[in-house]
Design a protein around this ligand. Sequence first.
Ligand SMILES: [Zn+2]
Length: 244
Amino acid sequence: MSSGSTSAAKLGAVTTQYSTQDIYQRVYAAISERKLLPGTKLSEERLAAAFHVSRTRIREVLFRLSQELIVELHPNRGAFITSPTREDMQQVFQVRRALERGIVTDLCESVSAEAIQALQRHLELEAQARERGDRAALAQLTGEFHLRLAEATGNRLFADNLRRLVALTGLIITQYGAADSSACAGHEHTGIVRAIQEGRAEDAAQQMQAHLRHVEDSIKTPHEPGGEIDFAQIFGLKGPAPRG
Ligand SMILES: [Zn+2]
């Protein structure tokens, strides 16, 4: 448990009010971008101090994240970022293969020229991040690529369900991936977009299945969760985080 810290109320006088939605999005993004690792304790007190909000607000955010399975709530110990098991990993990829096969098949039947252009622009951003060696940006963009495909179907249920699975995949890669594992090989994304553009449904589906198998296979040895973390720094917030 935390051993004494700066009063959140004192810091609360300082700045902007973050809405529950703002906080949720920032925590979610930090998890997706692997700035917060599996097993990390999300101390209500320290998050409240970092965002200058009440603990009640933080509790709402943590509850919502727990419903999306990316945070685990333990009655007496508090909230932790989910540490997926090997079995979770298999199940996540099994469902992703089924869902994303459906997504690309759907797109081959009905995608618009605008959507294809947007996907190509996204591939360009991935290529740029890869070129400048920006791993954090690349991890985010490669996860987003799969979401952009889901969104392009116009079916919100594809997008909502995949969003959760992509966040869980981020946690799995962090927990089990080799330190330098990048989520997705760029040429595989390019091949998938080309198959969709040309309306080759079976090819697009097979490329997606193969791609997801490669991502799963590239995830290798576990590493330990990190130690003490600075929430204010991770979320780009002003003011020093209290040392708990
Ligand atoms: Zn990918």
